[in-house]
Design a protein around this ligand. Structure first.
Ligand code: IMP
Length: 431
């Protein structure tokens, strides 16, 4: 059995990309299972910076099949752009061996971005990426979404009628949008022509791959605390970002042997919502500058805070995490002390656990423990710093999940493994 899920354990942007890429290069199949163009994954190919929004980075490697599972919402023009960019850089066409798209995926349309922007301009903004993700999932739940299947099988009149109805549902003056509706139909027609060859059944393919003992990687986007059910609702994204999302997107059960969680050594969040360990002032600026904490999709400055152990334990439990990898430890190099939140105070009450966003919704004070800072994770001989070990031990004790490794820079070799444990063991020598 060689199945692995890798997800972020905080509010996204945990630096999952580097870890996922390392596993992906040895996988037979990499499947994204939720979200869409709200995520952004920057990679460097031939000295050129490429941001992928839908496609897993495994797409650049021959022999790895990248799958867009049916829990995803796909923005046609963004995906087409990505496919064109990848083909340009690789100087070859992608085939159905490289890319498989589930016909069940919903499509993100111009109306969804319009509605997202309208919602964000209203009374209760969430701080979304404005990519239309929430409204597209609303249409899914409302049983009126245009799926990839529809884009492939409905004729022009049928598409026109379905899309017109989406506008009629939302706008009294829907006639004002006739031009946009026409453009949407044309967009879906070009999407059909270009991606039709990649669309096929995902569950049969994954089942067969697992039966043949192939390596399958389930790649999460965003983070555990942005999960629509388990996160800090309503300040969440609209998909299931963790383990439940994998199953919702597969349409069947397969054992997922390893469930790896990625956590930054400090915490960041973009968008609004609870963030009990948030810091401000000089400390915040220092973390933002050192960690280059600006969003890959929107360029927004990220909010920053100390590692929150209560939140981390919640995310570990919610997703059956079997091991943690810490990232960006180098950002804290040289700090005299490093904070970790081990509880919250609300009046006279002390909270040591949370259920989603309720308890951390406001009116609480974090209980911060300060641990000694480190000057580097490992020295030039590869010896672990004692302070870094204390930090990892505290996380292990609190979350009851092993810290398998610590990443301390963007390079592939800038990762140290704990106690002889090697990530490679996770995926039968994959790394
Ligand atoms: P949406 O997913 O665009 O609807 O945004 C909902 C919330 O999720 C907002 O707080 C976003 O900032 C956050 N979010 C969405 N995608 C990402 C991501 O890839 N990284 C970090 N936060 C994200």
């Amino acid at each position: 059995m060689k199945t692995l899920m890798v997800i972020g354990l905080q509010w996204g942007d945990e630096g999952k990309g580097k870890i996922i890429d390392q596993f992906a290069q040895k996988a037979n199949i990499v499947m994204r299972y939720q979200g869409g163009a709200n995520s952004g994954h920057t990679i460097i190919v031939d000295d050129q910076k490429v941001v992928l929004h839908h496609l897993p980075s495994g797409i650049f490697h021959k022999g790895i099949r990248c799958v867009l599972g049916w829990g995803m919402v796909i923005t046609p023009e963004v995906l087409l752009d990505e496919i064109n960019t990848v083909e340009g850089l690789m100087e070859r066409s992608l085939t159905s061996e490289d890319l498989v798209i589930s016909a069940h995926c919903s499509v993100v349309l111009p109306i969804h971005r319009r509605l997202d922007a309208k919602g964000e301009g209203g009374q209760s903004p969430i701080g979304t990426t404005r990519r239309g993700i929430g409204p597209a999932y609303e249409d899914r739940i409302g049983r009126r979404a245009i799926r990839v299947w529809d884009a492939l099988h409905l004729n022009r009149e049928q598409l026109l009628a379905r899309i017109t109805r989406l506008y009629q549902n939302r706008f009294d003056d829907h006639h004002a949008f006739e031009g946009e509706i026409e453009e949407t139909v044309a967009l879906l027609e070009s999407f059909r022509k270009r991606v039709g060859m990649y669309v096929s059944r995902v569950n049969d393919m994954i089942r067969q791959a697992i039966d043949q003992n192939q390596r399958v990687l389930f790649e999460g986007a965003q983070g555990a605390m942005l999960d629509i059910q388990q996160g800090t609702y309503p300040f969440v994204t609209s998909s299931m970002t963790g383990l439940s999302g994998v199953y919702a997107s597969l349409g069947m059960f397969v054992p997922i042997e390893h469930r790896l969680g990625i956590a930054k050594t400090y915490v960041t969040r973009v968008g609004l919502g609870p963030f009990p360990s948030e810091v401000s002032g000089d400390l915040a600026e220092r973390l933002q500058d050192l960690g280059h904490e600006y969003g890959a999709t929107t360029g927004r400055k990220r909010r920053v805070g100390w590692m929150d152990l209560v939140q981390l334990r919640y995310a570990v439990e919610a997703n059956g995490i079997t091991g943690i990898v810490l990232t960006k430890a180098d950002v804290l190099n040289g700090f005299d002390q490093v904070g970790v939140v081990s509880g919250y105070r609300r009046g006279k009450e002390t909270l040591s656990s949370i259920e989603g966003g309720f308890e951390i919704d406001g009116g609480i004070e974090p209980i911060i423990e300060y641990l000694p800072g480190w000057s580097s994770v490992v020295d030039s001989k590869g010896q672990w710093s004692a302070e870094m070990s204390v930090f990892c031990d505290r996380i292990e004790t609190f979350t009851e999940s092993p810290v398998l490794g610590v990443s301390f820079g963007p390079r592939r070799d800038q990762i140290a493994f704990r106690g002889g444990q090697n990530l490679a063991q996770l995926f039968d020598g994959m790394v």
